[in-house]
Every structure is written in structure tokens, then in C-alpha cells.
Ligand binder design. Structure first.
Ligand SMILES: Nc1nc2c(c(=O)[nH]1)N[C@H]1C(S)=C(S)[C@@H](COP(=O)(O)OP(=O)(O)OC[C@H]3O[C@@H](n4cnc5c(=O)[nH]c(N)nc54)[C@H](O)[C@@H]3O)O[C@H]1N2
Ligand SMILES: Nc1nc2c(c(=O)[nH]1)N[C@H]1C(S)=C(S)[C@@H](COP(=O)(O)OP(=O)(O)OC[C@H]3O[C@@H](n4cnc5c(=O)[nH]c(N)nc54)[C@H](O)[C@@H]3O)O[C@H]1N2
Ligand code: SF4
Ligand SMILES: [Mo]
Length: 900
């Protein structure tokens, strides 16, 4: 009999049940005074109530929210019932987004390190390359407060000096998928156009770039082709490395609702039995499958293709392959030869990851049935007009691999083979992590990229951008010819090697990067660091030479872009605390000064006027972005045409329509809310391309067989394990090794499995028997705001590690014990959460034997002060990255567990 239990209401009820039990739990650990510092005074004080429209500041789902303001302060959120993403629902994080806005906020003048300021005040400004003696501390005694203009002037002079002496590329910037799109656009202009630097990276590198580079390799453009509405059209959903119920709750609720209505099969591919798995099983256990894989995803996908070719040949879309696909022959031959379910058994993650040939065949047969439904529905109609089929969603557990890009290509391969592409209701759908990681990609705020899905090395586009950015093309050429190998990790290694001399940190924290002890913190200790931050006790401030207090979401204007390419307005609802400036303004002010010092005309490059609040008019910047996007893959000029014809400003259009999905190249498309789906042939009409399907040069999908080969895994992985453990040993000097590890689909670490089964004190100190992975927990968004929100902090107050009951028993560890997770690179402390009956909340997921998991979200919730900070997740992780996407694997460290 079928059970239909799971509804949105039930899930919400489940969450509030967790509220009660966590608050009453004896394990609740109390408060961290760093996160409770006095709230900043409110800016305006008029007795008024107003509202503003925005995209939720947290995950990439991009729910519409209404910010409520009282007496000039942001007081609460109301879900936007008219927004087509969430229709009046939001998860706990979005609902409590007002809580952390005024807690622990910095206000007033910038902070400058005392010794740095003293040096600058010497006659002739002293040594412009002086590095502070007080890195690693954010105590007040080490800082002076300096008027904004003077601090900004000092930064400009030091950066201009370093750029002239060592090259623009010696200046780095670490940006963010949480900054507004307008801010990202100008930050990239500043780095590449003014400084000629290619050392620009962002937290999106840790998150989405495997999806980005996978889309480029196959479809020729970084474009998630689907819209959320496709969820309610499909015949099957698969999730790879995606705990949607915790990480993208509104998408999970939409998918679960549709499963309840249409009883579609669902498959979750994840080493853990997550809440996502169980939520689907609650709806219908008969067509909800869990595939407990660890790292074997490529083999699994290739194996499904093998079974389809052998046992379900009717679902192979030969016509589509022959007409619109390149490289399918080698793929078909390869999966036929080497990927039968029996052949891939050695790569599924070991004995505790029970992915049997029967399970693979079962999933393949579900896949075939769903594809047949699409085929039947479109019968008799023109090809491409039928809809449904299989959607494959994936998350960061899938992107974060040495072979992340290959993982993504493998998904597109399987969907292409079966024609589950370029039609409504099917296709590959990457779930973006951050609210505006898509903006970072759109504006090209990463090494080697320009805005609008083009690389620096595209001559025509480089000229085009130089013109629209009003900068010398020579600067962009310099950036293009400057190297930043290894991307985000490489940038830090280059600091250690002395090649990068200064760094801007804009709305991203250094603790999101791997190997803190051996890589990131030593690097930041060496250089001049300029931090834009909102919180006084943010870890970045430990390494800051200068801190500029920033205004945050709700206090600034701009747009975010969600996972379905929807550009959403984020209106300014209230004034920021005194002295806090929008990140965009902070970048522009420095950009102007530095441009002038380097002999350019700053006012010409950054020409925007300020609005009534004295901040740069971001709608003008948005118009600039639209103008510059003309004729590109991400054309937004329809918005400008509509402004001309209908008299509606761009932001007004975004508000009325509740977002526009890019591209919007014509008046009509802009008026209709943009482009819901890509690759439906419409591109041909806009661009006069001979055949409009895909953005590759030949217009075809490019398939590539990606492989997994564990034959010399031990030997190669042991070499990978030297990074972070051997002094002066840099990944960027060993690209061949990393490429080989990628081509063989390996992991960065390997556990010493034969030491499992002993009590914790009998495991030798140089052995690491278990897998340890890090990811996200529902209640917290990353490491800053939700940690400061009393509601979500009370719900999940403490770092924990999920453990299988049998592993815990063998180790001699009980539920609630304090433990240390030790890897070859460092250690962290946490509370043992044994099974889903644990008293340590939230206790939602079951890990398989041999694999343990913790949330990285609580990294600094105990304290950001290094001596007191025991929960810092990225102390333990490996820095090894994917050679194309630059993404790091945070999911597979080898660890030893010790009882404290
Ligand atoms: N609550 C909450 N939501 C968030 C965020 C947050 O901080 N908190 N952050 C947002 C951001 S920026 C991101 S990137 C996303 C991240 O959210 P998700 O995309 O869901 O990513 P993770 O939780 O990191 O990992 C997802 C799953 O991958 C699994 N996994 C580990 N190794 C493997 C493997 O080898 N193969 C497969 N198939 N699966 C594996 C893990 O067990 C885990 O359940 O969430 C977004 N939403
Ligand atoms: N071990 C491990 N590490 C991971 C991951 C993982 O799964 N495991 N996931 C990775 C992923 S997917 C991502 S996306 C990254 C995310 O990493 P980040 O985005 O870097 O993490 P946050 O904690 O959001 O850091 C944001 C910083 O900006 C500050 N801030 C908040 N609001 C504002 C503002 O308006 N302006 C400015 N200037 N600053 C502000 C906050 O105080 C905080 O210091 O982490 C990555 N790191
Ligand atoms: S965190 Fe994500 S799912 Fe939750 S309300 Fe915000 S955008 Fe929606
Ligand atoms: Mo992310």
C-alpha cells in the first residue's frame, strides 16, 4: 500500500518539533559572547512602517521575500506570495533573515592596524610594503579608527605602489556569490580593467565551477537550461550529491509536492541516507530509491548508459545524436565496453556503499520508463514539442570533486544519449548554492573570465568589454596574459610563494577555503589585506590590515540571480548603521583613486551619480550591464527597449514581473519575463545562427566519455596526500599529477581502512581509518548570519559529527560524547551524533559505516579567536582541486576520531 505522508505543512511541523527539543536539550551549549555584542543603533528613527521587495539573502533557490521595516530598522520577513519561485513559502533561514542584521555590526570609521597606520604616517609614508606585526588578532587594541577618506587614500596608494612595482596580477581579490550583480560587475571591472589583474577569485569557485565548466564543455555556455516549472512537468527526478531538503528546501518542497500529486519516481545518489531520501520515501517508498554511492558517480552514470544501450534500446535517441551531437560514438563504445554494472563494482565506495548490479539495473529501468513517457507524450507532434522525461539535479556534493567537471559532463552525457535535453520537463539542472553565485558567473568575476559567458581570450569580446568598461584594452590583455594557476587555491599558494602581495576580501570569508592551517592562514599572514565586512568578530578581520564596515542586504539596492536564471530585485529597505557603505561603493571609490594613481581617468571609468541616500545609483549600473550585454549569450537589451517603449524602469520591470530570466534580448521576451528555457530553438531566430540549438561553435552538444580507473589509486592518492603535509609543496607545481587523478576519478585522501573496528585509543596516531565529509545543515546558512540569529542558533547550536551506531560502538564512543576529528592536515572538535535517534540535534541523516559527516556552517560559532576556535571545519580538508573547474573536494578526508 502506498503512503502519502509528506506535505509542506508536515515538514514545517517537523521543523518546529525540532525547535522545542533542541531548546530543552541538556546538550545546549549556551552563548558565544562574540556573536552577541550590542546591536548597532538604528539609522533613521521615524515612526513608520514600510516594506521592500527582495530575493532571500541565503540560498540559490532565490525565494521572493518582503522586508518589513519599522522606525527605519529591518524587523522581519514575509514570504512573497506573488513570487513564482516560492508562492508564499520560505524556510526557517529566510524567515529569520532579519534577526542577524544588527547584531555584532561594525559601524563608524574604518579600522586600520595601529602599526600599519603609524608606518603610513611617517614622512614620505614610510615603507609602502610594510606588513603588520599583529595578524591573527582582531583585538581593539591593535586598531585605530581612521576617517574613511584617509583610510581609502592609504589603501589606494599602497595598492597602486604594489601594482606598479610587481604587476597588477600581484593584487588579488576574493569575491562573493552574495554580493549584488552590479557590485560583482564593477569589482571585475576594477580588477581586470583597472589593475590588469587575473588574480580574481570568488567563493563560487568552491561551489559551482564544476557545473560552470561542465556546461561549457557540453553545451557551450554556462546556462542551466531549465526553469523550476519543469519540476512540475517531469516524469522522474534524480539528485546527485544534493541534500535538497536541507540545502534548497523550497525546491525539495516543490518536488515532493509534485511527487505526491503525480507519483513520479525519485532517485537520490548520496552516501548518506539523508532527510531528502527519507522525505521522498515517506511519500511513496515504492518509487523512491537511494543509491548510497561514494565517489563512484561517473561509473554509476556510465553504467546506467550501458544498461540502457543493452536492455532498453528504444530510449536511445539516435536521431538526436546523429543530428545534434558530437562525440557520441566514442561514448557509446566506451560505456558498452567498460561499464557493465558488474565491471564497476570496485568503484562504488566499498562494502558499505551497497550499489549492486540489481540496483543499477533498477534505476536504469526507471530512467527508461520515464523517458518512454516523454516519448509517448510527444508522439505525432513535432520533435521538441512534447514534454516530460528525466530531470537530473545536482548539488555541491557532486561539484566538489577532483573530477567535478567530469561528474557534470557525465550527467549531460546520459541525458543527451536519451534525448532528455532541449525539451520542457527534462534536462540537467545544477542547483546554485549562493543567492547570487549565478551573478558571479554572469559577470565573470573569476580568473580568465569576462562578463556574459565569455573568456578573456575572446579578442572580439575583450575589445567590446574594454569599450563598455571605458578602460584601455591593453589592461584586459595584461590580465589575459597574467596567470593564476590553481584558481582560488592557487591564489593562496601564490601568496606563499611571494607572487601575490595584497588581497581584497569582499563579502567572502577565508574560512571557506581548504587547509586553513597550512595554506590559507599562513598566506593571509604575509600580505596586505583589505577587508569589507559587516561583523566585528568575522574571521577575516583577524588578517585585515584595513576593515571597511559595509552595508548589507536590505540596506543596499541591486539584483541577485537565482538557479533558474531569474534576475530578482533586492531593494534597499533601510539605511545602514552609521559609516557603513555598500560594497559596490567601496569598490568604486578605491577603483577611482587607484585608476587615477595609475594614470587613468577614474571619473570616466566610474561615472555614476549618487542617489538620494548618497550611494551610487545601482539602477544606472544595471542599465550599463544591459547595454554591454547586447549581442551576447546573456543579452538583456529587451529590458532597455521596454523602458523606452513602456516607460518602465529596469528595476520597476523586475519588481512587477517578480524577476526576469536571462536572456531577454527583445522587448517581447523582456515583457514576458525573459527566457524560461534555453536550447528550444529560439536562439536561431535571435542570432541568425544556422541552427539555433547550442552555444558550441558547431551548434552541437559535445559528449565526452569520462572515466574512473582505480588501478593505481593507492600510489596516486598517496602523492595527493602530500599537499598540506609536506612543506613548500604546492599543487600548482604538480598539475600533471592532478590531471591524472582527475582522469582516473580519484579522491584527495584515502582512509587506512584496516584500522577500523578498534576503540579510538587503540588507533595509531598516524592512521586515519574513516572517511569524513563536510556540508550544510538546514538551519544555518554558511558561517556568519544564521549563527548570529537567535532562532537558528538555538535550533542547531553546536558542531556535531554524524556517526553510524556500529562505528561508534566499536570506537567506544557514545551519543553526545565530545570528540576530535583528526586528519593529516589538522583537527576539529565536535559532539558525536550517533544515528537519527541521537539527542544531539538535528539528527536527520544516517551515515553509512565508515563515513562520518559534519556541517561546515558552525565553523566559527564557538569563537573566531584562533586559540578558542575548535570547530573550524576547514582545518581538516585537503586543498587538491579539479584541474579545469578549480573546485576542491570537501567531502572526502581520511580521519581519526578521538574521544575528548
Ligand atoms: N541550509 C543551508 N542551505 C544552503 C547552504 C547553507 O549553508 N545552509 N548553502 C548553500 C550553498 S552555497 C550550497 S553550495 C548548497 C550546498 O548544499 P548541497 O548542494 O546539498 O551540498 P552539501 O550539503 O555540501 O552536500 C550534498 C550531499 O552530497 C553528499 N556527498 C558527499 N560525497 C558524495 C559523493 O561522492 N557522491 C555523491 N553523489 N554525493 C556525495 C553528502 O552526503 C551530502 O548529503 O546549499 C545552499 N543552501
Ligand atoms: N569544508 C567546507 N568548506 C566549504 C564548503 C563545504 O561544503 N565544506 N562549501 C563551500 C561553498 S559551496 C561555498 S558557497 C563557500 C561559502 O563561503 P562564504 O560565502 O565565504 O561564507 P560566508 O560564511 O557566507 O562568509 C561571508 C562573509 O561575508 C560577511 N558578510 C555578510 N554580509 C556582508 C555584506 O553585506 N558585505 C560584506 N562585505 N560582508 C558581508 C560575513 O560576515 C562573512 O564573513 O564555502 C565553501 N567552503
Ligand atoms: S534559504 Fe533558500 S529556500 Fe530558504 S527561504 Fe531563502 S531562498 Fe528560500
Ligand atoms: Mo556554495
Amino acid at each position: 500500500m502506498k503512503r502519502f505522508k509528506m506535505t509542506r505543512r508536515n515538514f514545517l511541523k517537523g521543523s518546529s518539533f525540532i525547535t522545542g527539543s533542541a531548546a530543552g536539550s541538556s546538550l545546549f551549549i549556551g552563548v558565544n559572547p562574540e556573536l552577541e555584542a550590542a546591536p548597532a543603533a538604528s539609522a533613521g528613527d521615524t515612526a513608520t512602517r514600510t516594506t521592500a521587495l527582495a530575493q532571500c539573502p541565503y540560498c540559490g533557490v532565490g525565494c521572493g521575500t518582503v522586508i518589513q521595516v519599522e522606525n527605519g530598522k529591518i524587523v522581519s520577513m514575509r514570504p512573497d506570495k506573488d513570487h513564482p519561485t516560492n508562492y508564499g513559502l520560505q524556510c526557517i533561514k529566510g524567515l529569520t533573515a532579519a534577526e542577524p542584521i544588527y547584531v555584532d555590526r561594525m559601524e563608524g570609521d574604518p579600522y586600520v592596524r595601529k602599526d600599519v597606520w603609524a608606518e603610513w604616517k611617517k614622512p614620505g609614508h614610510g615603507d609602502l610594503e610594510y606588513v603588520t606585526k599583529t595578524k591573527g588578532s582582531f583585538d581593539d587594541e591593535h586598531f585605530v579608527r581612521v576617517p574613511y577618506k584617509e583610510a581609502s587614500e592609504m589603501v589606494a596608494h599602497k595598492i597602486a605602489h604594489l601594482a606598479k612595482k610587481y604587476s597588477g596580477n600581484s593584487i588579488g581579490l576574493y569575491g562573493s556569490g552574495q554580493l549584488t550583480m552590479e557590485g560583482q560587475y564593477l569589482e571585475n571591472l576594477f580588477m581586470k580593467g583597472v589593475l590588469g589583474s587575473n588574480t580574481i577569485e570568488a567563493n563560487a569557485r568552491m561551489c559551482m565551477t564544476s557545473a560552470v565548466t561542465g556546461y561549457f564543455a557540453t553545451l557551450g555556455s554556462d546556462t542551466p537550461p531549465l526553469a523550476y516549472d519543469d519540476i512540475e512537468m517531469c516524469d522522474m527526478i534524480m539528485h546527485f550529491g544534493h541534500n535538497a531538503r536541507e540545502s534548497h528546501p523550497i525546491i525539495f518542497w516543490r518536488a515532493a509536492d509534485y511527487k505526491k500529486k503525480a507519483d513520479i519516481p525519485t532517485v537520490v545518489v548520496d552516501p548518506r541516507r539523508t532527510g531528502t531520501v527519507m522525505g521522498y520515501e515517506d511519500i511513496d517508498p515504492d518509487n523512491s530509491v537511494h543509491v548510497p554511492i561514494l565517489n563512484g558517480d561517473i561509473s554509476f552514470l556510465n553504467s546506467i548508459a550501458h544498461v540502457l544501450l543493452a536492455e532498453h534500446p528504444d530510449v536511445i535517441d539516435w536521431d538526436f545524436l546523429k543530428a545534434h551531437v558530437k562525440g557520441w560514438e566514442a561514448y557509446v563504445d566506451g560505456v558498452k565496453k567498460d561499464y557493465s554494472p558488474e565491471q564497476v563494482q570496485d568503484r562504488m565506495g566499498g562494502p558499505n556503499h551497497d550499489v549492486s548490479p540489481e540496483l543499477i539495473r533498477r534505476v536504469a529501468s526507471m530512467f527508461a520508463d520515464a523517458t518512454r513517457k516523454r516519448l509517448a507524450r510527444s508522439k505525432g507532434k513535432q520533435s521538441g514539442k512534447g514534454y516530460g522525461g528525466v530531470i537530473i539535479m545536482w548539488g555541491i556534493g557532486y561539484n566538489q570533486h577532483i573530477h567535478g567537471q567530469h561528474n557534470v559532463i557525465s550527467i549531460v552525457n546520459l541525458l543527451t544519449l536519451t534525448g532528455n535535453l532541449a525539451k520542457p520537463g527534462c534536462g540537467p539542472f545544477s542547483m546554485t548554492g549562493q543567492p547570487n553565485a549565478m551573478g558571479e558567473r554572469f559577470t565573470g568575476g573569476l580568473t580568465g573570465r569576462l562578463p556574459f559567458n565569455e573568456p578573456l581570450k575572446n579578442d572580439k569580446h575583450r575589445l567590446h568589454m574594454a569599450k563598455h568598461w571605458r578602460v584601455p584594452e591593453a589592461n584586459l590583455k595584461t590580465a589575459m596574459n597574467s596567470e593564476n594557476p590553481g584558481m582560488a587555491v592557487g591564489m593562496m599558494e601564490r601568496v606563499l610563494k611571494g607572487e601575490v602581495k595584497a588581497m581584497f576580501m569582499v563579502y567572502a570569508t577565508h574560512i571557506d577555503l581548504p587547509d586553513q592551517e597550512n595554506l590559507v592562514r599562513p598566506a593571509l599572514s604575509k600580505i596586505f589585506t583589505v577587508v569589507q565586512e559587516i561583523y566585528r568578530h568575522a574571521p577575516n578581520n583577524l588578517y585585515a590590515d584595513v576593515i571597511f564596515p559595509a552595508a548589507t542586504w536590505g540596506e543596499v539596492n541591486g539584483v541577485y540571480i537565482s538557479s533558474e536564471r531569474r534576475i530578482n530585485i533586492c531593494e534597499q529597505a533601510a539605511m545602514p548603521p552609521k559609516g557603513c557603505l555598500p560594497d559596490l561603493d567601496l569598490v568604486v571609490h578605491k577603483g577611482k583613486e587607484i585608476a587615477n594613481l595609475l594614470g587613468m581617468d577614474g571619473d570616466k571609468i566610474f561615472p555614476w551619480k549618487t542617489d538620494k541616500n548618497g550611494f551610487i545609483d545601482t539602477e544606472e549600473v544595471f542599465r550599463d550591464v544591459c547595454r554591454a550585454s547586447a549581442g551576447t549569450d546573456t543579452d538583456l537589451t529587451g529590458i532597455l527597449e521596454r523602458e523606452k517603449l513602456d516607460g518602465l524602469s529596469p528595476y520597476e520591470q523586475l519588481k512587477q514581473l517578480r524577476g526576469i530570466q536571462w536572456p531577454a534580448p527583445t522587448y517581447e521576451i523582456a515583457k514576458n519575463g525573459g527566457t524560461k528555457r534555453r536550447y528550444m530553438m529560439q536562439e536561431g531566430q535571435w542570432e541568425n545562427r544556422p541552427y539555433g540549438y547550442f552555444r558550441t561553435r558547431d551548434g552541437k552538444v559535445h559528449m565526452k566519455l569520462c572515466q574512473q580507473d582505480y588501478s593505481n589509486r593507492e600510489e596516486l592518492t598517496h602523492k595527493l596526500m602530500e599537499f598540506g603535509t609536506k612543506k613548500d609543496h604546492y599543487t600548482i607545481d604538480h598539475m600533471d599529477l592532478i590531471k591524472e587523478a582527475r582522469d582516473k576519478g580519484l579522491t584527495p585522501d584515502l582512509p587506512d581502512e584496516k584500522f577500523r573496528g578498534r576503540t579510538w585509543d587503540k588507533v595509531p596516531k598516524d592512521k586515519y581509518p574513516y572517511w569524513f565529509g563536510l556540508g550544510v545543515v538546514y538551519e544555518h546558512f554558511h558561517t556568519a548570519k544564521s549563527n548570529r540569529s537567535p532562532t537558528t542558533r538555538r535550533l542547531v547550536p553546536e558542531m556535531y559529527v554524524e556517526m553510524h551506531p556500529e562505528d561508534a560502538r566499536e570506537l567506544g564512543i557514545k551519543d553526545g560524547d565530545k570528540v576530535r576529528v583528526v586528519t593529516r592536515r589538522g583537527q576539529l572538535e565536535a559532539r558525536a551524533q550517533v544515528g537519527t535517534n541521537s539527542l544531539v540535534k538535528p539528527a536527520r541523516n544516517n551515515v553509512p559505516r565508515g563515513y562520518m559527516f559534519g556541517p561546515w556552517n558552525l565553523s566559527v560559532a564557538d569563537s573566531a579567536v584562533p586559540e578558542k576556535n575548535k570547530w573550524l571545519a576547514n582545518r581538516v580538508t585537503s586543498r587538491v582541486w579539479d584541474p579545469v573547474s578549480g573546485q576542491v573536494d570537501f567531502k572526502k578526508s581520511a580521519a581519526r576520531i578521538e574521544k575528548i
